[in-house]
Design a binder for this molecule. Structure first.
Ligand code: DAH
Length: 339
């Protein structure tokens, strides 16, 4: 046993502790509960009393020496400066929390809602999956009429009478069948069309639809409302024009153009060199639509209008690709800091 103690002492003395890893192996190999010294103490138990008396002090010395070496190496390593990279100036103020901002479509949607709410329009809501009646039939699209092809539709596979609404005009029907005139409301939301995704079209986008139904509502009321809206949103210098158009649910129908903000009317690719950009559709609500909603067309009349929020946002912020709104690149979204 004396030989074993001598060999182990030599090993312990020659062991170089230079870092935390070699310190830990020293601990495991020699002084842990399963280390070499503990094993010698196990063997020591088997010795006779006389042998114990002879060997005991040497074994105890070895244990004390090993523990002393371990402790002094550990405290030396503790006081050594770390070689890790500096962590920077901890006294500098921290970065503020990233709180995000509203999506540009939400910003524009809120602007539009505010303009109409200030002149007395209520906000109406409707579902995104609707029956054919709400989206087409009640809005005076006859069955199998080519006007239905104006809006390529996604149908629900299990029940083709149900579809993803192609316009928020469907909410006009929900509102007119549940409220009595006078009605002055706008509906905002997502709409869906079966179209290939490109810079100019998408399979989903957002619309605002509005209507005013009362006794004696005229086209002049519509014009006054739209002039007010355009001036408030785009500024008083904006020019606009009403162009005759066709929608099954309005008669007469019109489309409204404003002068192109990108080229200031000189002509560019956005306005197709015409100097004008279409922003909305509008008209006097067709008497058939009022009748479908049990509103008497000889007592009441109304106007309606509808616009794409993406189109308005593109003009306001001079964005030329519709896909940017749904791709969620932070570099794009961070430019819109209004909360
Ligand atoms: N629903 C039409 C579309 O999606 C837009 C529209 C035109 C809405 C005229 C209206 C309206 O309420 O009166 O193209």
């Amino acid at each position: 046993m004396m030989d074993c103690i001598a060999q182990l002492r030599e090993k312990i003395e020659n062991w170089i502790i230079q870092d935390k890893a070699s310190l830990e192996s020293f601990r495991c190999d020699f002084i842990s509960r399963k280390g070499a010294i503990a094993r010698l103490f196990e063997a020591f138990k088997q010795l006779s009393i006389a042998e114990k008396k002879a060997i005991g002090p040497a074994l105890n010395n070895l244990k004390n020496e090993a523990e002393k070496k371990f402790k002094s190496a550990a405290s030396l390593l503790e006081s050594k400066p770390s070689t890790a990279q500096p962590i920077g100036d901890v006294t500098l103020p921290s970065f503020g929390p990233g709180i995000g901002s509203l999506h540009p479509l939400t910003i524009v949607q809120n602007k539009i809602i505010t303009i109409f709410q200030r002149i007395g329009f209520n906000l109406a809501e409707g579902p995104e999956i609707v029956g054919d009646w709400h989206n087409f039939s009640a809005l005076n699209f006859p069955d199998n009429h080519p006007a239905r092809d104006m809006q390529d539709t996604f149908f629900v596979q299990r029940n083709p009478d149900q579809l993803l609404r192609t316009h928020t005009t469907s909410v006009q029907i929900s509102t007119c069948t549940t409220q009595k005139p006078p009605i002055r409301s706008i509906a905002v939301g997502r709409v869906f069309r079966n179209e290939a995704i490109s810079a100019r079209s998408h399979c989903f986008f957002h619309q605002v639809d509005g209507m005013y139904i009362h006794t004696d509502v005229t086209f002049s009321d519509l014009k006054g409302t739209i002039y007010h809206f355009v001036e408030t949103l785009f500024g008083p210098a904006t020019k606009l024009r009403f162009r005759a158009s066709y929608f099954p649910f309005t008669e007469p129908s019109a489309e409204v153009d404003i002068n192109c903000r990108l080229c200031k009317g000189k002509g560019c690719t956005v306005c197709k060199h015409s100097g004008w950009v279409e922003i909305l559709g509008a008209g006097m609500i067709d008497p058939h639509v009022l009748t479908n909603c049990h509103i008497a067309p000889d007592t009441y009349s109304g106007f309606a209008f509808g616009m794409g929020i993406e189109r308005i946002a593109m003009l306001l912020y001079q964005i030329d690709d519709l896909r940017l709104f749904s791709e969620n690149h932070l570099a794009f979204l961070r430019q819109f800091t209004v909360c």
